[in-house]
Design a protein around this ligand. Sequence first.
Ligand SMILES: N[C@@H](CCC(=O)N[C@@H](CS)C(=O)NCC(=O)O)C(=O)O
Length: 242
Amino acid sequence: MRYELYYWPTIQGRGEFIRLALEDAGADYVDVIRLPESGGGGRQAMLDFLADASHERPPFAPPVLKAGRLVLAQTPNILMWLGQRHNLAPKSEAGMLWTNQLAMTIADFLIEAHDVHHPLAKAFYYEDQKAEAKRRASDFVPTRIPKFFGYMERVLAANPSGDRFLVGKRLSYADLGLFQIVEGMRYAFPGTMTTIEVQHPKVLALHAMVAARPRIRAYAESGRRIPFNQHGIFRHYPELDG
Ligand SMILES: N[C@@H](CCC(=O)N[C@@H](CS)C(=O)NCC(=O)O)C(=O)O
């Protein structure tokens, strides 16, 4: 089946968590909104898709994955479904829920990484909330970043099947998600990450392991992966990087 992914065309954002799962699985998909406008892509096509009155289960916000008649939204929800279909999560109930729990923790951290530069509202310019962003960063950088990475390091250390993966003894979408967080944080907080990385060697090893996976490496080198930029969830403002 050819999947259809619907996500904003110029940023990695939450769509990237879905792309990484699809890429690692070697799944056939089309990134619909990145197609030329003449082929059904573009920002307006995204808005039209969301507003489409014919959706039986209308999605609130992208990313959205269409698989035949199934229309799925909410990043961890999409990942949970893809995980089962493409062996990117355990089949057991406990394993499935644990992978989802980690993906939701990653999703929570992603919100914090966004809100640090837009603490008041994403509709306001950064320049109009710089003081609040600085204040938020004064907590995010010394407290929340180490707490998140410390937790993931602990999860890796506690895995009874070994510390290479977050869940069990093979790759899951939670590993792909943590890889993406490291990538984004390196872009947004390069100074802070220099210190954080050496303190969390298992997370660092997981990042390197994912980066070296043949399909992920091929994707990174293909030119299809949108570079991080100042419109995405991860943004680099030197004044926020403790
Ligand atoms: N909890 C949702 C959040 C979705 C979300 O916030 N999507 C953003 C793009 S990353 C968006 O376009 N939101 C539009 C809106 O909230 O109005 C998920 O994990 O997928």
